[in-house]
Ligand binder design. Structure first.
Ligand SMILES: [Zn+2]
Length: 78
């Protein structure tokens, strides 16, 4: 008895009720998407922490050293 190989709508050939190749691809895509989302979440968290750190640095710097006179050249001497 020959194995029944049918052609799926996607063009792949195989046995079974659905295309296992496409299922695998879908699974891989889902995994990739999940990975991307987790990476994005990590990036967001990192960016947030980085921004917070920068703000902290700036605040600390401003508190400690103060700002240098930026508009010195604009000062009109009477
Ligand atoms: Zn397929």
């Amino acid at each position: 008895m020959p194995t029944r190989i049918k052609t799926f709508p996607c063009g792949h050939k195989g046995r079974g009720q659905y295309c296992h190749r496409c299922q695998q691809e879908q699974q891989q895509q889902q995994e990739q998407q999940q990975q991307q989302e987790s990476e994005r979440a990590t990036q967001r968290a990192w960016a947030a922490s980085f921004a917070g750190r920068q703000r902290n640095l700036k605040d600390r710097h401003g508190l400690r050293a103060g700002h240098p006179p930026l508009n010195h050249s604009d000062d009109s001497f009477p």
